[in-house]
Design a protein around this ligand. Structure first.
Ligand SMILES: [Ca+2]
Length: 167
C-alpha cells in the first residue's frame, strides 16, 4: 500500500514475518505439518491434524507445543483478546474445522480459577456457557464454532499451538 510519495507500508506473504520477511513458520513445522499454520500478530499458530491418531490429551498436547521452540516460549494457544479469538475463528472456518481443539487454559490448580498456560489469570473469555465448578473437567478447548468449553483433560483432542512472538 502506498501512503505517500516516499512512504511505503509493506506486508509479508502469508506465513512469513520479520523486518525483511525472513521469518517463516517452517522454522517450527515442516513436511505434512506445513499446511496447518498461519501467522497472526507476528506469531506463528499451528493447528494440529484432527484425525484420532494425531490427537493428544491436554498434557501431551501442551508438551508438544512447548517442545516446538526449545524453551523459547511456545505454548498451547492463549486467546487473551477478541482479536486473537477472531483470528482463530477465521482459521477454523477456513479449514471447515470439525471437533474441538485444546487451548492453553485450565483450572487444574484451583477449581474454578482459570489460568492461561503462561500464568495469566483469565480476562477475555468466550465460553459457550459459563463452566460449572467441577473437579475432573478442568481443561479448555475451542469448538469448531469458536466458542470455548471445558473438558476432561485426559480426552484426546486436536490442539492449537502458538510460537514465540518474533519481534
Ligand atoms: Ca474444573
Amino acid at each position: 500500500m502506498v501512503t505517500g510519495p516516499t512512504t511505503f507500508i509493506c506486508t509479508c506473504n502469508h506465513r512469513y514475518g520479520g523486518d525483511v520477511c525472513q521469518y517463516a513458520c517452517e522454522d517450527y513445522f515442516s513436511g505434512s505439518e506445513a499446511s496447518r499454520y498461519a501467522v497472526y500478530n507476528n506469531r506463528c499458530y499451528w493447528f494440529s491434524p484432527t484425525q484420532y491418531r494425531s490427537r493428544r490429551n491436554y498434557r501431551k498436547a501442551r508438551a508438544d507445543c512447548v517442545s516446538r521452540s526449545s524453551g523459547r516460549g511456545a505454548t498451547l494457544a492463549l486467546i487473551k483478546d477478541a482479536d486473537t479469538q477472531g483470528f482463530v475463528e477465521q482459521y477454523l472456518r477456513t479449514v471447515r474445522a470439525q471437533g474441538d481443539y485444546w487451548i492453553g487454559l485450565d483450572d487444574r490448580q484451583i477449581e474454578g480459577r482459570y489460568v492461561w498456560n503462561d500464568g495469566t489469570v483469565l480476562g477475555y473469555r468466550n465460553w459457550a456457557r459459563t463452566p460449572r465448578r467441577r473437579r475432573g473437567k478442568d481443561c479448555a478447548g475451542v469448538m469448531a464454532s469458536g466458542k470455548w468449553d471445558v473438558y476432561r483433560c485426559r480426552q484426546r483432542k486436536a490442539y492449537i499451538c502458538q510460537m514465540p512472538q518474533v519481534w
